[in-house]
Write a protein that binds this ligand. Structure first.
Ligand code: UFG
Length: 322
């Protein structure tokens, strides 16, 4: 059995990836410092409490195991916080990731799957956004991810480390079996907040601006089901194991939904009223972010299975009301 290291495997996306890898007969070792994840979200594999900021921890981990590949989900993801506290983002998302890459090189582990983001593109010049779109991040979060993409190109050239970067648009939904879901603290993402308003945990959902240049004035995003996202990671890993070259793919559903549309679908799925409050725009929100994922679909031989927004929200609701 091949052993995969999943860094950040106790977090939202990482925990779903661990479950999928186990289901596909990989041996999984999880490294997580539990800063944003939960031990009980790790449904199997060997859990190691530790941090990529600690080179000694990484050395021991790589000495003790024979990894064929690494998936890296452990990064900070809040755009606003990255503007207020860029050091936190560059330390963890760049410097600590570099420790991980250096441990891989030192131990001759060749395959790396990296969680990148639509935020590397900055303000969209056109939508849907393809891989060739200019990359001009407008916040430290996006820049921290772009830096790693660039570093990976150099590590491939110099050390033969092969990587696939997957640039997520809006990861959403939950494990269809109901075992896992989204648990950020604080929660900032639209769908879980909308569902908290549906369950009565929140009084209302704030809509951040309705004066955007979109049909209903609210921002449009591309929501991709967490299992589809994880399936793409699995395919990316298989591609690298089969000898593919390094590449970066945009990963979305290919269809955009506005904030108001999301709330409307959530009302139908939950049967709850969901009160809204229109508030000011949030800084740094582009009007539209939609992925062109044609390259990912072709290269990874991948198709979203849960493309329907109602299904994505239904799975998130199942988790919310567990
Ligand atoms: N929104 C609201 N009210 C809320 C929360 C969100 O109206 O209470 C709106 C946002 O303004 C945005 C949309 O809902 O238009 C989606 O917001 P999210 O915070 O759920 O997601 P983002 O599109 O801001 O963020 C996602 C990822 C980030 C990543 C970013 C890249 O979650 O990690 O895309 O641009 F950085």
């Amino acid at each position: 059995m091949k052993t995969i290291l999943v860094v950040g495997g106790a977090g939202y996306i990482g925990s779903h990836a661990v479950k999928m890898l186990l289901k596909n007969n990989y041996n999984v070792v999880i490294l997580d410092n539990l800063s944003g994840g939960y031990k009980d979200a790790v449904l199997g594999g060997d859990f190691i409490f530790g941090d990529t900021a600690d080179p000694n921890c990484l050395k021991k981990l790589f000495d003790d195991n024979n990894f064929v590949g690494v998936m890296h989900f452990a990064s900070f993801i809040q755009v606003g916080e990255s503007v207020q506290n860029p050091g936190k983002y560059y330390q963890n998302n760049v410097a600590a990731t570099l420790n991980l890459l250096d441990a891989m090189v030192a131990h001759k582990v060749k395959y790396f799957i990296f969680s990148s983001t639509a935020a590397i593109f900055g303000e969209p010049q056109y939508v849907p956004i393809d891989e060739q779109h200019s990359k001009q991040p407008i916040n430290p979060y996006g820049l921290s991810k772009l830096m790693i993409e660039q570093i990976l190109a150099d590590y491939d050239h110099a050390y033969g480390l092969k990587s696939i970067c997957l640039r997520y648009f809006n990861a959403a939904g939950a494990d269809p079996d109901g075992q896992l879901g989204e648990r950020h603290d604080p929660e900032t993402h639209l769908i879980p907040l909308v569902l908290q308003a549906a369950s009565g945990q929140r009084e209302f959902i704030s809509i951040y601006g309705q004066d955007y240049d979109t049909p209903d004035g609210t921002c449009i995003r591309d929501y991709i089901h967490i299992n589809d996202l994880c399936q793409a990671h699995l395919k990316a890993l298989e591609l690298l194991l089969a000898g593919a070259d390094s590449y970066a793919y945009n990963l979305g559903n290919g269809e955009g939904f506005s904030v108001k549309q999301v709330i409307e679908v959530a009302r139908k799925v939950t049967g709850k009223p969901i009160p809204v409050k229109i508030v000011d725009r949030r800084d740094g929100d582009p009007a539209r972010l939609v992925a062109d994922s044609k390259q990912a679909q072709a290269a990874l031989n991948w198709q979203p299975k849960y493309a329907d927004l109602a299904t994505i929200i239904a799975h998130a609701w199942q988790w919310e009301t567990r």
